[in-house]
Design a protein around this ligand. Sequence first.
Ligand code: DAH
Length: 340
Amino acid sequence: MLDEKLKQIQEQAEADFNTAKTSKELYDLKVKYLGKQGSLSLIMRDVGSLSKEERPEFGKRVNVVKAHLEKLYTSVEESLGAKELTLQIESERVDMSLPGPQINVGSKHPIQMVIDQMVSIFSKIGFSVRTGPMIELDKYNFEALNIPKDHPARDMQDTFYIDTNYVLRTQTSPIQIHSLEKETLPLRVLGPGAVFRVDADATHSPMFHQMEGMLVDKKVSMADLKGVLSFFNKEFFGSQVQTRFRPSFFPFTEPSAEVDCTCPGCSGKGCRLCSHTGWIEVGGCGLVHPNVFEQAGVSSKDWQGYAFGFGIERLAMGKYGINDIRLFSDNDTRFLEQFR
Ligand code: DAH
């Protein structure tokens, strides 16, 4: 009876082991037949039904079956394991010939590119960079620049007022004043930065950028100023570019001029970029007004100076043929990546 049962267990186990599909399934079968609560352990509990003489013999036979099944388990386990490994390798195979994921590399913003070029050109002739706060005292943005409260010149710039004392600076010119107050003379300073005005259309943006420049020395003339700005325009746009001054008014300079250069898009022949005038306006300039010197504690008898302020977007639009100022702040990567 027990022998018959043992034979059945053996046959069933062999069949099960041989048809197991995964190592996990096989392992569960090992527990089922060979484990502590497995069929072979359980059958030993029945030896009580045998005679004393038969028991050791039966025990030996169970051990033979057990050894046989363990061997079978090991060999099936090896071949299943090998198959599974092959499958795993196959499924995780990397095709080295496929193109890698694309990494998008950023680029400098065109405004920053122009600032960098300007700084590098002016640094050749001794100018170095200063900065100032974007939230500026009314005093620095206007009064110290010879624009008193209620003066009509304030209407030239539509201002974002924070309160009665503070404004978002409408120009980089206050950087001049900070330098005059703090630094020793003579000086050559360059002040790049963002400025703000209540204004928005295709050529005006509520935030834009300017590059201020100021030179203070013992003897300074409009001719010096024109020479320096012509040098800059040629370095920036190319040696064919001409520079002209048009008489103008700024409260902080006297005389004052508007700075134009021949349109880099058409070399002065006239095109859409320059509204068919052949010239583009790039900034304002002039000789520092004595009132500006005196208010900053600098003697206008001992010192003279010139100052200029370039519109950075203007320069970038001229150089790269851009006709809408809003493109600079839209953050459209199709626009930005053209400057990579
Ligand atoms: N701050 C002037 C503006 O925003 C530009 C300017 C003109 C700056 C003449 C100057 C200057 O330093 O001398 O319109």
